[in-house]
Ligand binder design. Structure first.
Ligand SMILES: [Zn+2]
Length: 124
C-alpha cells in the first residue's frame, strides 16, 4: 500500500500521476506541494491511497545521505541527539535515533525523524 500524488496540469481536467509512490500521506503531500510550486501549469493536486509498492522517500533537498551519516556519527560519538525535518531540512536536537514524526520547531510539520531512522528510510 502506498500514496500517490496526482495533478491536473492541463485543460482536460483529468488527474495524472507519475511513477512515484510514497509510504506516507505526508510525504506524498510534501512532494506534490513542492512540485506544484515549481511547475506553474499545475492547477490542482491531491494525494490518493493505492495498492502499489512504495518507490520513493521524500526528503527536503538539503537532506543528503552525507548529512544523515554525519548526524548518525555525532549521535554515537557525542551526547547530541540530532533529528532532521524532511519538510524543511531543519536540524533539531533532542530526537532519539528512532524518532518519527516529531513536530518541527522551524516549520511546525510533524516531519522530524531521528538520524538513524532517516538513514534506514533514505537508503534502499
Ligand atoms: Zn521543518
Amino acid at each position: 500500500m502506498s500514496w500517490k500524488p496526482e495533478v491536473i496540469a492541463d485543460n482536460s481536467g483529468k488527474w495524472n500521476s507519475n511513477g512515484l509512490r510514497f509510504a506516507t500521506k505526508a510525504e506524498a503531500e510534501l512532494y506534490v506541494r513542492d512540485l506544484a510550486g515549481r511547475w506553474t501549469s499545475v492547477r490542482e493536486w491531491r494525494v490518493v491511497e493505492c495498492d502499489d509498492t512504495v518507490t520513493h522517500v521524500w526528503a527536503h533537498k538539503s537532506i543528503t545521505v552525507a548529512r544523515i551519516m554525519q548526524a548518525c556519527e555525532r549521535q554515537r560519538m557525542t551526547l547530541d541527539n540530532p533529528g532532521l525535518c524532511i519538510a524543511c531540512g531543519n536540524e533539531q536536537e533532542g530526537c532519539e535515533p528512532d524518532a518519527r514524526k516529531y513536530e518541527c520547531e522551524a516549520c511546525g510539520e510533524k516531519s522530524v525523524y531521528g538520524a538513524e531512522e532517516l538513514l534506514l528510510r533514505v537508503l534502499p
